[in-house]
Design a protein around this ligand. Structure first.
Ligand SMILES: [Ca+2]
Length: 366
């Protein structure tokens, strides 16, 4: 099992209690922390990142099997089912990740996926918890409880639940299937409504109510705001059979961290005949959306490459993350048959002006 705990930021004082799952029992992960900081821009977060999605309630706790078997409705990313409870006396917020249904198959070989769910309370993203990974299923049932301590009633309106559904990958980066964002207040109201409408209220015991949301694409915020732009400079030296790439800077990087910032760095691959033959990377620039790198990389072309005909450079801009795997923000490919737009223009300039450093801005793509 992966590490449950996260690094402690200076403004919070969390402790963790994790009990191991036993057969037939819910596993419970308890997180205690005291919010000392006030929220920075909750309203702004909501505006751009909140994904409005279908909000119909399922009757308390009941699963529509017919719907489940045909993949859970029209959303191709599936649905997430969960429960949210707040205990005023104890100042605890309890979230149960119940299950997902109709997830897309990420492993085409077996037509399945190894999904798990990450949960954090925004705006402080440092307290991530996650469910266990369930193997080879598109309808995983987790029933895992996560309790956040030290959450008073007055804090509820500034907090947002952020679920990310991922597919575990043993060999590479875990794949993000999608996400659900929901203000805590809204979730609690819906829990209450759901209980009332089903007439199962039992002295504030909301165990019968179950919320669900469509899982939205993770790229939502990137589609809205773009993936940012990258300024790179290239120089081709035919005699030395060498290509120099300078990663100068990037701008308008999307807010990967929900704190309003990102920690970008750039990976560069030299591609020959469709194969990545060399790899370099810049340093990570922490907490910025407009990083300045100014790092130069020299690529010696493969001996069999007598020109730039079958050569291209692939730039990947990634967001470094202390807790989870680094996520790709955007890509740029210079050279190669599919190059168009500014990339094609830039590449032609480089070809036509050997031994000159030529810089150009490029929009990052997915
Ligand atoms: Ca980050």
């Amino acid at each position: 099992m992966k590490d449950q705990t996260t690094t402690t930021p200076s403004t919070l004082t969390p402790t963790y209690e994790t009990s191991s799952p036993q057969e037939g029992q819910q596993r419970e992960t308890v997180i205690r922390f005291q919010l000392e900081n006030e929220v920075t821009h909750p309203a702004e977060l909501m505006k751009s990142d909140l994904v409005a999605s279908a909000s119909a309630n399922l009757p308390g706790g009941e699963i529509d099997l017919a719907k489940m078997e045909c993949g859970g409705g029209s959303n191709k990313l599936g649905q997430l089912y969960f429960k949210v409870r707040h205990n005023v006396e104890k100042s605890t917020l309890n979230i149960t990740v119940v299950r997902c249904q109709g997830l897309p198959a990420r492993d085409s070989n077996i037509g399945s996926s190894d999904p798990y769910v990450k949960l954090q309370l925004l705006p402080d993203k440092h307290h991530k918890v996650k469910t266990r990974v369930l193997r080879r299923t598109l309808n995983p049932v987790y029933d895992e409880d996560f309790t956040f301590y030290g959450i008073g009633e007055n804090q509820l309106q500034s907090l947002t639940l952020h679920f990310v559904v991922l597919c575990f990958d043993r060999y590479s980066r875990d794949d993000v299937i999608g996400e659900v964002l929901l203000p805590v207040n809204e979730a609690l109201e819906e829990m209450t409504d759901s209980v009332d409408s089903n007439n199962t209220a039992d002295n504030g015991n909301h165990s019968g109510a179950l919320l669900f949301r469509d899982i939205a694409p993770r790229s939502h915020k990137m589609r809205t705001h773009g993936r940012g732009e990258l300024l790179v400079s290239l120089c081709y030296q035919p005699q030395a059979s060498r290509l120099t790439a300078v990663v100068l800077k990037a701008r308008n990087i999307p807010r990967m961290d929900m704190t309003g910032l990102a920690d970008p760095y750039v990976k560069i691959y030299l591609v020959h005949n469709g194969q990545r033959v060399a790899k370099k990377k810049t340093h990570v620039k922490k907490r910025t959306l407009n990083p300045v790198f100014n790092e130069s990389f020299v690529f010696d072309l493969p001996a069999s490459a007598t020109s730039l005909d079958n050569i291209s450079l692939e730039f990947l801009v990634l967001d470094w993350d202390r807790v989870t795997k680094n996520e790709v923000i955007g890509r740029l490919e210079l050279g190669g048959a599919k190059t168009i737009g500014t990339a094609l223009h830039h590449w032609n300039e480089v070809l036509n002006s050997p031994r000159r450093q030529i810089a150009e801005w490029h929009k990052l793509k997915d």
